[in-house]
Design a protein around this ligand. Structure first.
Ligand code: G
Ligand code: G
Ligand code: MN
Ligand code: NA
Length: 253
C-alpha cells in the first residue's frame, strides 16, 4: 500500500504552495509566461513533486491538490490582470486523473465566473501518456477544454510511449522540449538531431514551443538556431514563490 505520511493533511495544514518559474523569449528577454509548480513543505523540509505527485495520483489526493493549484492559478491570473501585470500565459500541470474528473469542466466554468480571466492565458500541461489514450473520452474532454478557450501543451514531449497520431487528432497548442533533451545538446549530436526534428515538426504544425531546463549559453544558442526562442530554465530563473516572481517581473519590464 502506497503511503506518504501527512499527504492527506498537507493542504489543511497550509503546507502546499504554488511556485512560479518564468518562461522567457531568448531574443527579446521578455517574460512570455510562467509554469506553476506545486511545492510541499513538511516540517520545514521540501518534499520533491517527483516523490509525492505519483503517490497523490495513486491515492486520489491529486484531485484536491490539483484543484487547489487550479483555483490558485485563477486567483493569481485575476490579480495579475487587475494589477496590470501582463503575464501572457500561466501553465499548470494536469494529471490524467484530473483530466478524467467528471466535474472538471463544471469546476472550471465556476472559476471563470468567479475570476473572469482571459481563458487564452491559461494553459494546461498534459503528459504524453494522457494524450496517447486512444479513447473518445480524452478527445471529448480536450475539446471541452478548448471550448472554454484554454490552451494545451504536451509536457516532456518525446519521452513517453506514444504515437504521434494524437498531434493530428487533438488540438495541441504547444510542445515542451524535455530537460532530458536540453541537457544533452552540448554533448550529444543525436539529441541535437532529435530536438531539431521536434522543433521543425512543431513549427510546421503551427504549435508553440518551450524548451525546458535551459542552463547554458550553448543550449540557448543551439535552440535559437533550430527555431526555438522560448526558454524555461535556471539560466533565466528558478521556480520561485509569488512575491519573488512579482519582483522578478518588475525588474524585467
Ligand atoms: O519543478 P519540479 O521539480 O518541482 O517539478 C517536477 C514535476 O512535478 C513537474 O515536471 C511536474 O510533472 C510535476 N508537478 C509539479 N507541480 C505539479 C502539479 O501541480 N500538478 C501535477 N500533476 N504535477 C506537478
Ligand atoms: O513539469 P516539469 O516536470 O517539466 O517541471 C519542471 C521541473 O524541472 C521542475 O521541477 C523544475 O524545478 C525543474 N527545472 C526547471 N528548470 C531547470 C533547470 O534549468 N535545471 C534543472 N536541473 N531543473 C530545472
Ligand atoms: Mn510541466
Ligand atoms: Na517537463
Amino acid at each position: 500500500k502506497l503511503l506518504m505520511e501527512g499527504l492527506d493533511t498537507a493542504l489543511e495544514k497550509g503546507e502546499i504552495s504554488l511556485y512560479l518559474q518564468p518562461q522567457v523569449d531568448a531574443s527579446t528577454k521578455a517574460i512570455i509566461g510562467a509554469e506553476a509548480l506545486m511545492r510541499w513543505q513538511r516540517d520545514g523540509v521540501f518534499i520533491p513533486p517527483s516523490q509525492f505527485i505519483p503517490i497523490a495520483e495513486e491515492t486520489g489526493h491529486i484531485h484536491d491538490l490539483g484543484r487547489w493549484m487550479i483555483h490558485e492559478t485563477f486567483q493569481l491570473m485575476y490579480a495579475f490582470e487587475q494589477g496590470d501585470i501582463d503575464l501572457p500565459k500561466l501553465s499548470v500541470n494536469l494529471s490524467v486523473r484530473q483530466l478524467f474528473d467528471e466535474h472538471l469542466i463544471e469546476y472550471l466554468t465556476t472559476l471563470f465566473e468567479r475570476f473572469p480571466i482571459e481563458p487564452g492565458r491559461l494553459n494546461f500541461e498534459l503528459t504524453e501518456t494522457v494524450a496517447a489514450h486512444q479513447s473518445d473520452r480524452v478527445l471529448t474532454r480536450i475539446l471541452e477544454l478548448k471550448a472554454l478557450g484554454i490552451k494545451l501543451s504536451i509536457d516532456d514531449f518525446g519521452t513517453g510511449y506514444s504515437s504521434l497520431a494524437y498531434l493530428v487528432r487533438y488540438p495541441i497548442d504547444e510542445l515542451k522540449i524535455p530537460r532530458e533533451f536540453t541537457m544533452q545538446l552540448e554533448e550529444n549530436r543525436e539529441y541535437q538531431t532529435v530536438t531539431a526534428t521536434i522543433v521543425a515538426m512543431a513549427r510546421q504544425l503551427g504549435m508553440a514551443l518551450v524548451a525546458e531546463g535551459v542552463e547554458t549559453e550553448y543550449q540557448e544558442n543551439f535552440l535559437r538556431k533550430i527555431g526555438c526562442d522560448s526558454m524555461q530554465g535556471y539560466r533565466y530563473a528558478k521556480p520561485m514563490p509569488l512575491d519573488e516572481f512579482v519582483i522578478y517581473y518588475m525588474k524585467q519590464t
